[in-house]
Write a protein that binds this ligand. Structure first.
Ligand SMILES: Cc1cc2nc3c(=O)[nH]c(=O)nc-3n(C[C@H](O)[C@H](O)[C@H](O)COP(=O)(O)OP(=O)(O)OC[C@H]3O[C@@H](n4cnc5c(N)ncnc54)[C@H](O)[C@@H]3O)c2cc1C
Length: 223
């Protein structure tokens, strides 16, 4: 696709360090749920610094949405994104495949790794096909949980949280390991979608394989 310059319509806080950007949707921006785009800030000095971010809106909606974790201590793209206002623009340089939905299963996300699952789960919900899917979401603290209310309302008891650095009643405490998964997966023959930081993904995939999940049932993307 040709580069598209898209204007920011709304910026909201999704958590203390995650921003939700709503943008215009030009016709040439065509994607499927789970895909990501190479994005740059349309400002002098930043136009060649394209980084990958996942579409969290649905393909047929009249706007685009990105849900982006900001690293403020580091003078990178996300810090620059955090300085933008409504009316500023981003450049969408290319669109590429990330995670594809293959069928009902367990989605396992760490932090901003939940972004491809936002649009996939919203899309299934929209089509009335969400039942039978489960989301396990690992974060450090409760304040880091992205889109908590939306996931609770979409998935009910099939939305499970685990926190590594905080012990609260509504979430499990610790890291995702074999014991945790043994208790919380419904079938080892499900599809498993795993997305998050590399170390978390390696640990989760090891644990799934320990439980007898076949490699070809695990769909992964490190983010
Ligand atoms: C396919 C794909 C899709 C993605 N989708 C999303 C998404 O939808 N939302 C999202 O939030 N992220 C997403 N990411 C991750 C995102 O691309 C990166 O977080 C982003 O590019 C970081 O850009 P940056 O310039 O701010 O930081 P970079 O310069 O690229 O550095 C980021 C890394 O540096 C570390 N860091 C932080 N501070 C410092 C410091 N002071 N010195 C050195 N290192 C530091 C951070 O831990 C972080 O891991 C995706 C990644 C991929 C591969």
């Amino acid at each position: 696709m040709k580069e598209a310059i898209v204007s920011i319509k709304k910026i909201e806080k999704a958590t203390h360090n995650v921003l939700r950007f709503t943008l215009d949707k030009p016709d040439e921006v065509d994607f499927i749920t789970g895909q990501a785009a190479e994005i740059a800030v349309d400002k002098d000095g930043w136009r060649d610094e394209a980084h990958p971010f996942t579409f969290t809106s649905l393909p047929f909606e009249d706007h685009l949405e990105f849900t982006i974790k900001i690293y403020p201590d580091h003078e990178g793209v996300t810090n620059e994104l955090s300085k933008l206002d409504v009316g500023d623009s981003l450049i969408i340089k290319s669109i590429f495949g990330a995670i594809n939905y293959e069928g009902k299963g367990t989605f396992i996300a760490g932090g901003a790794g939940v972004t491809p699952f936002i649009s996939i789960l919203r899309n299934l919900d929209e089509k009335g096909e969400l039942s039978g899917n489960r989301l396990i979401f690992a974060n450090s603290k409760e304040k880091d949980i992205i889109n908590r209310e939306e996931f609770e309302s979409m998935l009910g008891d099939d939305f499970l949280n685990i926190l590594s650095q905080e012990d609260v009643e509504s979430c499990a405490h610790g890291r995702i390991d074999t014991d945790y998964l043994k208790e919380n997966i419904t079938s080892k023959d499900d599809w498993f979608y795993v997305c998050g930081p590399e170390a978390m993904m390696d640990a989760v995939i090891d644990a799934l394989e320990n439980l007898g999940v076949k490699k070809d049932r695990i769909i992964k993307e490190d983010l």
